[in-house]
Design a protein around this ligand. Structure first.
Ligand code: PHE
Length: 449
């Protein structure tokens, strides 16, 4: 297969894990996971989620890594070069990446806004959960302020992308992970010591099987894909920059474990505090923004801690927005033959327009709804519950049935240098089990069973 030269490649040994974990770990773990878990029954959701990550997420991550590193191209180009008829899987990814950025940048902007409010002491002035709810609603509903932060976030992402893959992406991921872990552990411990914490942990960990419905399963599946950044070609794009020596199996395992651990820590941080402060676990996208400040409130040096934590969230979100932006930029650059700089500018412009509309859809344009959902909620719903599962489904079929099995084996074993015992099991999962499960969950939600 012809491989384009002059493509960037990631450096040291740790880099593959670092950049892939940088993409996976983000607002999906700390903002989205607690809110969808809270909205879908807590413990029952967690169980289904973990199953989805293990049975569907890990094999798919390996499938995307293999496609990306074998083809050494952007998401569309990768599928196209392996089999032209499958380039639709790549296009689905590029479209999904744009739509995800449309709402992700808005939430990323909120975290930046909250960081500033922590620094100015504004967060510390509220006393009750109700105050925090009002503060959130006022902030989000404001026509200008959230937009400003969102725009700043888009520009920060643009800046990193414009500096290129190696320097920008790799460096920003290197420092962040350990810091984020440390902060999450401190906060989870703090939250577990609050009065009433046990009830929160019970809600989060004890499954009530009566609460598992077709929609719980689809939401858990979508959250697993969202959190691992799979089903939209992000990992295809990133793996195209991996070195030939990178061990895809270990990388995928480490990324999956790290990502799940961060989500569990986020749950252990949020739910005790939710119950302790009398907040509704089903509060939706506002949940974390109402809960987090109340954890910091009673702490010594609360404002410092909260500013620091929101800063870490900003950085975690940034390593994810970079990976989303890169999917689109790499596509425009390599397939549409635009200069990388122009490709990045077009992506930034389109994203900014969509994110502006999504941000306004929670404030001045609240009346404009699609099937009862704001633009913000529709983007979130359509990507996680439709486009990502669909992308995952076709990726399974492609790698399971179409991709030359020698290519798959060569990628997973680095041309026979690593043991290949798991290859047959993986192929079995990708050929039969994973697509069947995703399809069944879909049909079940349409009420076809
Ligand atoms: N996985 C990221 C997060 O958890 C979000 C993301 C989704 C990034 C899809 C890239 C692709 O925040």
């Amino acid at each position: 297969m012809h491989t384009p030269h002059n493509r960037a490649q990631l450096g040291g040994k740790l880099s593959a894990v670092l950049v892939a974990a940088g993409s996976s770990v983000g607002l999906g773990n700390i903002w989205r996971f607690p809110y969808v878990a809270g909205d879908n029954g807590g413990g029952a959701f967690l169980l289904v989620y973990v199953l989805c990550v293990a049975v569907l997420g890990l094999p798919l991550l390996l499938a995307e890594f293999s496609v990306g590193r074998a083809a050494k191209r952007n998401a569309v180009g990768a599928y196209r070069s392996l089999d032209r008829r499958w380039s639709g899987v790549g296009y689905n990814g590029v479209v999904a990446a744009v739509l995800i950025m449309g709402f992700y940048f808005v939430v990323a902007g909120w975290t930046a806004g909250y960081m500033v409010r922590a620094l100015t002491g504004e967060l510390a002035r509220c006393a009750s959960a109700d105050d925090y709810r009002t503060l959130f609603e006022r902030f989000v509903g404001d026509p200008w302020r959230p937009l400003l932060y969102t725009a700043l976030f888009v520009l920060a992402t643009h800046f990193v992308i414009a500096r290129g893959v190696q320097k920008g992406i790799e460096r920003s991921a290197r420092l962040l992970m350990p810091l984020l872990f440390g902060a999450l552990i401190v906060l989870a411990v703090r939250s577990l010591l609050l009065p009433g914490a046990a009830e929160g942990m019970r809600f989060f960990l004890r499954p009530d099987f009566a609460k598992i419905t077709p929609s719980t399963i689809l939401v858990a599946l979508g959250q697993a894909f969202f959190s691992l950044s799979i089903g939209i070609g992000t990992m295809v794009t990133y793996a195209s920059y991996f070195r030939p020596e990178a061990d895809l199996r270990r990388t995928a395992l480490h990324v999956t474990l790290l990502d799940t651990l961060v989500a569990l820590l986020a749950g252990a941080m949020i739910f005790p505090a939710v119950f302790s402060a009398g907040i509704e676990p089903s509060a939706g996208p506002s949940l974390v923004f109402i809960t987090l400040p109340s954890i910091f409130n009673g702490m010594t040096l609360g404002p410092v801690w909260s500013a620091l934590f929101f800063l870490l969230l900003v950085l975690a979100a940034l390593t994810s927005t970079i990976s989303l932006h890169e999917v689109v930029t790499a596509y425009l650059h390599e397939e549409r033959r635009l200069a990388r700089r122009t490709a990045a500018r077009i992506t930034t412009g389109a994203t900014l327009a969509l994110a502006t509309a999504a941000s306004l859809s929670l404030g001045p344009l609240r009346e404009w709804t699609l099937a009862g959902l704001s633009l913000f909620d529709s983007l979130d719903f359509a990507t996680a519950n439709i486009l990502m599962p669909a992308g995952g489904f076709f990726t399974c079929l492609f790698v399971g049935w179409r991709l030359d099995r020698h290519i798959f084996r060569a990628e997973l074993t680095n041309d026979g240098r690593l043991p290949g015992r798991i290859v047959p099991l993986l192929r079995f999962l990708l050929r039969y089990l994973c697509p069947a499960v995703v399809l069944a969950v879909f049909l079940d939600n349409l009420g076809l069973f």
